[in-house]
Design a protein around this ligand. Structure first.
Ligand SMILES: [Zn+2]
Length: 217
């Protein structure tokens, strides 16, 4: 990948870079905290960013604790389809659910929150898991004239992947900054993991995988 020159119509999107998904948090992604210095390197280069945050009420339907007899990582059928159950995480209004305090907040121009409706989970920064309820992020980015999105955050194979896929469907050119993301890698049926599945899906949608060093400072 040759060096990418940034334009005014580019936006850095920080997905769930929150303590709840980092070591010591409620739903830690392995080495999730390693994305923090990468994000802080990119922020002054982009000069603009939006942050997306998981923001759950206590009675959220994605929590295994709200499904008697179920355990975290079980899969259940909800009205909108299959849903993985998670440990309680991202309690709204807490520092655990807010973008990590070590991220330089000065360049974050908007914060979009998701997963605050108790009946539906939200992996994507654009749509809830019912695939129709919007978060408002697309309207915000379109109003700003944004054409290319550079994604960093957690977890690569869930919220980042779903955000990337939806972004391509909405007409954005999407770059996934690999060293600014970390994944979970849950095993899937064919001896592969959710990371393999996410990479396959995103390559098919035209997402470009880059390193932060590919971006010209
Ligand atoms: Zn969540």
């Amino acid at each position: 990948m040759s060096t990418i020159e940034l334009m005014q119509t580019d936006m850095l999107c920080i997905i769930d870079a929150t303590p709840t998904f980092m070591p010591g948090g409620s739903l830690p992604v392995p080495n999730g905290d390693e994305i923090l210095p990468v994000i802080n390197t990119l922020l002054p280069v982009f000069q603009r960013a939006v942050a997306v945050e998981d923001w759950h009420p206590k009675d959220h339907s994605s929590f295994a604790s709200n499904h008697p007899g179920k355990a975290p990582f079980d899969v259940v059928d909800l009205p909108y389809g299959k849903q993985v159950l998670w440990p309680d995480h991202a309690p709204r209004g807490t520092t655990e659910a807010k973008t990590h305090e070590d991220v330089d907040q000065s360049y974050i121009e908007a914060i979009i929150r998701k997963g605050f409706r108790k009946q539906v989970d939200s992996y994507s920064g654009f749509f809830e898991n019912d695939q129709t309820t919007t978060t408002g992020l697309d309207a915000y980015l379109k109003a700003r004239g944004i054409k290319r999105l550079f994604l960093v955050g957690l977890a690569t194979d869930f919220c980042v992947a779903y955000t990337a896929e939806d972004a391509t469907k909405l007409g954005y050119q999407v770059f996934l900054v690999e060293d600014g993301c970390r994944g979970i890698g849950m095993p899937t049926s064919e001896g592969k993991t959710t990371m393999d599945d996410a990479y396959e899906k995103l390559k098919a949608c035209g997402v470009t995988f880059i390193q932060s060093s590919d971006i010209s400072s």
